[in-house]
Structure formats: structure tokens, C-alpha cells
Design a binder for this molecule. Structure first.
Ligand code: XMP
Length: 509
């Protein structure tokens, strides 16, 4: 992958957003922690410094050596970055006396300044800082102010160094993307050539070169990431890619059969392994959610290892890792424990000792979807709601039996099919049904019944970190509730979950 823009992360909650905005301009960029970036920067065309929760005046704040960057290549310093440049170069940073959080408007913009080309006066920007730049650094020219922030933007004369106190990456900064475009395209002249098509061409060539005639094994889950990874690898190495799709007995109704067919239609060399009984057998009597998750993880590894052993001469394990996972593992907070466990290969199953290939490790989720579309993958598959690895096991509260799985699969199918036929599926980020461990009383004819209660859950979210319950139409809920109680034997009551995350979570276990 060509190196275009380097983003130095000082630990801001918005750093990933900077990368996403840059990628939306079809410009490739990478995030590095401020204390861990490449020595040789000659292949980069521009650098962006992120914000940070620190005050630049604090002793333990990030104070990296920027001598290889500043004045040597185009540099944009955002928020903390802007303060950092000022603080150590003859300027002054101090605690601000007025509120500098939230929306503000640019009340002064320097004329004929390329950075602000096509940005109107009073453009709204998003501020989020407690320190403020009281005096600009040596050689700086003020470019913009707001009512409360005099030095909202500046540049250093004779350099392509720009600094802004606000956050262009946040949507509330109405012209933020335009400013990033002005800086990257007009000023730094970075090429806008990172498109899904270009990515596919480049990664396929790279995979061919890297893997050659070796065999690769990959576990398909039915989700977007593993599917797109498989199609890319298939394009690069054809049938030398061996896909394994495991039925853990906890998938949605008919999902194993349907998705397996779809994979075969896509030309993938895939083996479906129906291990439902093996999983359910091991889960018998287990009620604790974390023990369920661990058991499923363990059995999955056993099943996958058995299957991988049937293949000979496999050299690589492919994974659908995406960029947020990669960034997380090298964050400024220090390497996570997972990195250490990779070095401890002694006790791992054989397939885990294979070399790892991760075709999507530089992509965000929405980019994976766009690449999938370019590859001609069925839009329905690409638009599927997220589904947890442990499947229905964490939506059956308490212990798991075959009968409970059957009931929940039926209920879930009525709900999900209903969302689809009412045109609501794509408006919801994730939906599912939960089987509660209580019997409720009901009447059928003249008889009292004691049957199961199910909860329906539908949430809106962007990344699953926070979520709101969806205001599904009452008519829809009424119809789905009727259908479930009439069609699914064993259920006599349906409730709708109206809790948001936080404080509730999306799953019930
Ligand atoms: P929570 O319940 O934590 O869920 O609000 C957030 C997102 O994570 C999914 N989830 C899981 N996914 N294994 C997974 O692969 C798990 O154990 C697991 N638990 C929760 C959940 O479906 C939602 O998308």
C-alpha cells in the first residue's frame, strides 16, 4: 500500500475520525502512536497531529521530537497538536478563561488563504479544549478566530505548517472536510487515488506476491469481514484458499444452509462443518454467560483445528481483522496483552502457528463494505446486521437446550423477516430476540398456559459502543407479536426492550 498521510495520535477520542475523513477524500492514511512512528518518513506526503486529553504544559504530556517532520513536509496540527507547536516554539499556552467546548463560528478568516478556500465566514467549528493558545509561536500568522478563541488557526510563514484549535474531523465542523481537502489536496498535493477499485487491484497483486502457490485456510462466519477477506483471497489465489464455515448450532434459522449456498455460488472453495451437536453437548447445563462464551470459543478452536488437520501443507491462516482492531492493539496507551500472547505460541493449536495474512487490516468497516460492493458481493450479505460470535447462546438466558434454540430461532425469524418485509431492516443497526428464563401465565381457549416470554430488541448505533432503542411502529410490533404467539409453539408473551446503551448493553448477557 502506498504511504500518503501519516496521522500522529496523541490519544484523542477523535483520531480515528480524522483517518475516516481523510479516507473519504480517497486519500490513504495511517495512524501511528506519537511515541512509535516510522524512522523513515520519505514515502509520506503529509502529516497530521491529532488532539489529546493532555495539557501540553503537563510533564507527562506527549512531547515527541518532530524535527523530521516540521518544515520538511506539509504538517497540519489539530487542537493539542496546535498547542504543542505553539508551546515549544516561542508561543504561549495557558488555561482558558471562557468556555471552549462545543459549537463556535469563525468570526475572522484571513483573506486569500488556501486553507480556507470555499469556507464561508461564520462557518461552524467544533471546539473541545481547556487550554488555549495565548500567544502564537515565532513566525506564525493568524488565519482565523472565533468569538471566544482569538488564535483558532495559524500557519508558520515559509513552511507548509498549519495549525487549528478546532476539530475539522467532527461532523459539527460544517466545513471541516473542505479544510482537510484544502490542506491535503490544494496545499500538500496528495493524490486522491485510494478508491475501492484501486485497493482491490493493489491488495490482490500484493497477496499473489506474498502467498505464491501456498495454501491458505480461513474461517468464514457469515459476516461481512470474513466474507470480503475470502473473496479477495479467492481472487488472488483461487482454490488454494480453503474456507471453513462452522455451524455451532447457535446460528439463525436456516442460516447455515443459506449462507453456505451463497458462498458456493460465489465460487469459494468452502467446506461447511455441521458441529451443532458438539457445541450443544459441551454447553449442557452451563448458565453463566462468560462460561458459555469461553466454551464456544474453545470448541470452535477444537473443531477448526480438526478440520485444518485434514488439509495438508497449509502455510497461512487468513483473518478478517479490520483497521480499528489494529489501531487498538498499537494505541498510545501501550501494547495490549493480546500482543504478548501472540509470542507464546507453544501451547497453541497447530493452525495458530501458521503465518497470518489479513487482507483488510488497513480498512474501516464502511470501506470493507465498499470493497465488497466493488467485488460484486450480494448487497444483502453486505448489509447484514452484526451478529455475535457466540450466537443465540447469549440470547437464551440461563442454560441452553435444543428446544430453547428451536424456539428462539423461530421467534427471531418472524421478527427479522417482519423487519425486512416492512422495509425496516436497513433502518436498524442490529436486531434480535431474547428468550427469557421465566414462564408466564396466559389463556388459550378455556385453559391456562404457562409458556415462555420473549423480548425483542432493535437498536440504532454506529459502532455498537453506544446504542438507542429504535421507535418501531406500534402496528409493526402488534403484527410481529401476534405472529410470534400464533406461530411459535411454547411462547405466550412478547415484550419490547426500550433500554439504551449505556446504561444497558445491546445483548442481555
Ligand atoms: P453489548 O452487548 O456489549 O454488544 O452492548 C455490543 C456489540 O457486540 C456484540 N457482542 C459480541 N460479539 N462475541 C461477539 O462476537 C461476544 O461475546 C459478544 N457480546 C456482544 C453485540 O452483538 C453487539 O453488536
Amino acid at each position: 500500500m502506498q504511504h500518503n498521510v501519516l496521522i500522529l495520535d496523541f490519544g484523542s477520542q477523535y483520531t480515528q475520525l480524522i483517518a475516516r475523513r481523510v479516507r473519504e477524500l480517497n486519500i490513504f492514511c495511517e495512524i501511528f502512536p506519537y511515541n512509535h512512528f516510522p524512522d523513515d518518513l520519505s514515502s509520506y506526503k503529509a502529516v497530521i497531529l491529532s488532539g489529546s486529553p493532555f495539557s501540553t504544559r503537563a510533564d507527562d504530556a506527549p512531547h515527541p521530537d518532530l524535527s523530521q517532520i516540521r518544515g520538511k513536509m506539509p504538517l497540519l496540527a489539530v487542537c493539542y497538536g496546535a498547542q504543542y507547536l505553539a508551546h515549544f516554539n516561542g508561543g504561549e499556552v495557558g488555561a482558558s478563561s471562557t468556555r471552549e467546548y462545543g459549537r463556535a463560528n469563525l468570526s475572522f478568516i484571513k483573506e486569500d488563504e488556501a486553507f480556507f478556500a470555499d469556507v464561508p465566514m461564520n462557518s461552524q467549528v467544533w471546539m473541545s479544549h481547556s487550554d488555549t493558545i495565548k500567544k502564537l509561536p515565532t513566525g506564525a500568522v493568524k488565519l482565523a478566530s472565533t468569538h471566544d478563541v482569538e488564535n483558532a488557526a495559524y500557519k508558520i510563514e515559509g513552511e507548509t505548517t498549519y495549525a487549528i484549535q478546532f476539530h475539522p474531523e467532527v461532523y459539527h465542523s460544517t466545513d471541516g472536510k473542505k479544510m482537510l481537502e484544502n490542506f491535503l489536496v490544494k496545499i500538500a498535493q496528495v493524490p486522491q487515488n485510494f478508491t475501492p477499485n484501486a485497493f482491490v487491484d493493489e491488495i490482490v497483486a500484493e497477496l499473489k506476491e506474498k502467498i505464491g502457490n501456498d495454501k491458505v485456510v480461513l474461517g468464514l462466519s457469515g459476516g461481512v469481514d470474513s466474507t470480503v477477506a475470502a473473496v479477495l483471497l479467492n481472487k488472488a489465489i483461487g482454490d488454494n484458499l480453503y474456507c471453513i464455515f462452522v455451524n455451532n448450532g447457535l446460528l439463525r434459522k436456516k442460516e447455515f444452509e443459506n449462507v453456505l449456498h451463497q458462498y458456493k455460488d460465489m465460487g469459494l472453495n468452502v467446506k461447511g462443518v455441521d458441529a451443532g451437536d458438539r457445541f450443544l453437548g459441551q454447553l449442557e447445563g452451563i448458565s453463566d454467560p462468560e462460561t458459555k462464551r469461553k466454551t464456544i470459543g474453545r470448541v470452535f478452536i477444537e473443531v477448526f483445528d480438526d478440520e485444518a488437520h485434514l488439509l495438508t501443507d497449509v502455510k497461512w491462516l487468513a483473518q478478517g481483522t479490520i483497521y480499528p482492531d489494529v489501531i487498538e492493539s498499537v494505541s498510545v496507551k501501550g501494547p495490549s496483552a493480546t500482543i504478548k500472547s501472540h509470542h507464546n505460541v507453544g501451547g497453541l493449536p497447530d493452525f495458530m502457528k501458521l503465518k497470518i495474512v489479513e487482507p483488510l487490516r488497513m480498512l474501516f468497516k464502511d470501506e470493507v463494505r465498499r470493497v465488497g460492493k466493488t467485488l460484486g458481493i450480494d448487497p444483502e450479505l453486505l448489509g447484514r446486521h452484526p451478529f455475535p460470535g457466540p450466537g443465540l447462546s447469549i440470547r437464551i438466558l440461563g442454560d441452553i437446550t435444543k428446544e430453547k434454540v428451536r424456539i428462539l430461532q423461530e421467534v427471531d425469524a418472524v421478527f427479522i423477516d417482519g423487519l425486512k418485509s416492512w422495509g425496516l431492516y436497513d433502518k436498524v443497526w442490529q436486531a434480535g430476540a431474547i428468550l427469557l428464563p421465566v414462564d408466564s401465565v396466559g389463556v388459550m381457549g378455556d385453559e391456562r398456559t404457562y409458556e415462555k416470554v420473549v423480548a425483542l430488541r432493535a437498536v440504532e448505533s454506529t459502532d455498537g459502543m453506544t446504542a438507542d432503542w429504535v421507535h418501531l411502529p406500534y402496528e409493526f410490533l402488534m403484527k410481529v407479536s401476534n405472529d410470534i404467539i400464533n406461530k411459535v409453539k411454547g411462547v405466550n408473551r412478547v415484550v419490547y426492550d426500550i433500554s439504551s446503551k449505556p446504561p444497558a448493553t445491546i445483548e442481555w448477557e
